[in-house]
Design a protein around this ligand. Structure first.
Ligand code: EPZ
Length: 447
């Protein structure tokens, strides 16, 4: 396993290209199970989760090949294999997105229930409710969802749960309903840009969908879909992460290849925290941050402040002038990273589904442990601003969602080294995470 060693205190300077969105790419790749012929996807980021998804799709009888950087060619060649086994699904919850496309195109699916998660309880009851409403027979056996449907039938489905809408749940139901007979109406649908991107992709393949980006999506089923070429949207969460990193280091950074309107609530909140961004058509510049102001943050479903930026915002508020409260209404338990920030000198305490942050003048480098993808990003942000050296372990979490993180940060002037757990020298001149070598060598990944 590798770790990151970061010497803090350097302002980030320069420009950074935002990669394609992981959370748009994953359901779109899964949807290709239901599309005959060769589909070409562009701007697919090079991430551990993408590698997990390509491994799963290959297990499900798809031919998956990589072309130029960011390009993947997918074709469903053998529809006999419809089992997504525990070993793969446990590594990535988004594997559940294969359920809808498998049911719609093959009439059956056997998918392991996703495992536990460090950000809180993550059931899939709404996914199963929606598929059952479309006529699927569903049973749970030995930790697997076994679903069958000769032909799905359109239905009106209320997909809201106790915590509001479901992103991958909406993706699953939409990917199934496009091939159902008749009309499906999804009420309390998720509005996230990644869901819209899946819908736009399916429309490009011939699906009939109205209401994308609203809580009510209407789908008229078609007999079959056709292959297409499609470019994935930029990753708004990666963009938010670099914006905060630039602000906390008092740097001057321009982000290229962004969709600013995907970050409206986030940018609005940042303004109230003293971080003013210059917003272009497809770029955002962060510069001239003097003082970070305290504030209260509540993360919500889109178009609210994304829960996937909550940890990074908390890291920023550790150095704010005053006391802040951060509440997560989507994943109330998503604060495992707080104790690691406290190791760096932050003053944070948990209160139910919030953290209370008393701003301090400085953070100090320390040994810390990543617990999940966005928590790791929060630790990187804190380390960039801290005095001294920080070592972050279990950075395989970062490899899941940040393409070429070390390279991008180094190019912005950060002092970041990716080293093996056992030694301090840099193990890679260009980050070639060990999991890629392990996958290529077909040896079991550590998890
Ligand atoms: C997606 O997860 C994202 N992952 C998450 O990003 C993101 O945090 C989340 O949406 C919220 O925006 C992908 O898109 C691959 P949900 P998802 O279903 O779909 C509850 C990252 O860091 N719920 O929208 O799994 C659930 O417990 C990841 O990139 C049910 O109760 O999230 C949660 O409280 C982390 N029953 C809320 O709804 C269900 O059947 C929202 O979950 C499904 C969800």
């Amino acid at each position: 396993m590798d770790k990151l060693v970061i010497q803090g205190g350097l302002p980030l300077q320069g420009s950074v290209q935002i990669s394609g969105a992981k959370n748009a790419a994953l359901p779109i790749m899964a949807a290709c199970l239901a599309i005959p012929g060769k589909t070409l996807l562009r701007s697919i980021p090079e991430l551990r989760d993408i590698t997990s998804m390509t491994g799963l799709l290959a297990q499900l009888g798809m031919s998956v090949s990589q072309g130029k950087a960011g390009e993947w060619l997918l074709e469903s060649t053998d529809s006999q294999h419809s089992v997504a086994d525990y070993e793969l699904v446990r590594k990535m919850r988004a594997s559940v997105c294969v359920l809808g496309p498998l049911l719609a195109s093959r009439g059956e699916a056997c998918v392991s229930l996703p495992g536990g998660c460090n950000i809180g309880h993550r059931p899939i009851d709404l996914h199963l409710k929606g598929l059952a409403a479309l006529g699927a027979e569903i049973e749970i056996q030995s930790g697997y969802v076994i679903a069958k449907a000769a032909k799905l039938k359109g239905a009106r489905i209320f997909l809201g749960g106790a915590m509001g809408s479901t992103v991958t749940g909406t993706c699953n139901i939409m990917s199934a309903a496009v091939l159902a007979s008749g009309t499906t109406v999804i009420e309390s649908a998720a509005c996230e840009p990644e869901v819209v991107d899946l819908g736009n992709f399916l429309q490009a393949c011939g699906a009939k969908i109205e209401g994308l980006g609203t809580p009510c999506i209407t789908i008229d089923g078609v007999d079959n879909l056709s292959p297409t070429e499609y470019e994935i949207i930029p990753d708004r969460i990666e963009a938010a992460t670099w914006i905060i990193a630039a602000a906390i280091t008092r740097g001057d950074v321009t982000l290229e290849n962004v969709v600013p309107e995907h970050l409206s609530a986030f940018l609005d909140k940042l303004t109230s925290l003293g971080v003013h961004c210059q917003v272009g058509t497809d770029s955002i510049r962060v510069s001239g941050v003097k003082k970070i102001l305290a504030g209260d943050i509540v993360s919500l479903a889109y178009p609210g402040i994304p829960t996937d930026t909550q940890a990074q915002l908390t890291a920023l508020l550790c150095l704010a002038d005053g006391t802040s409260i951060v509440t997560d209404r989507v994943f109330p338990e998503r604060f495992m990273y707080a104790s690691e920030l406290v190791r760096m000198g932050a003053k944070i305490r948990r209160e139910a589904n919030s953290v209370i942050i008393q701003g301090v003048n400085k953070l100090s480098g320390a040994n810390v442990m990543a617990s999940d993808l966005r928590a790791s990003a929060a630790l990187v942000i804190a380390a960039l601003a801290a005095e001294g050296e920080t070592t972050i372990r279990r950075i395989y979490h970062l490899d899941r969602g940040y393409e070429n993180l070390t390279g991008k940060l180094t190019a912005l002037g950060a002092n970041v080294q990716r080293v093996s757990e056992s030694s301090r020298k840099t193990t890679h001149s260009i980050p070639q995470p060990h999991w890629q070598q392990a996958l290529l060598a077909k040896t079991p990944l550590d998890n």
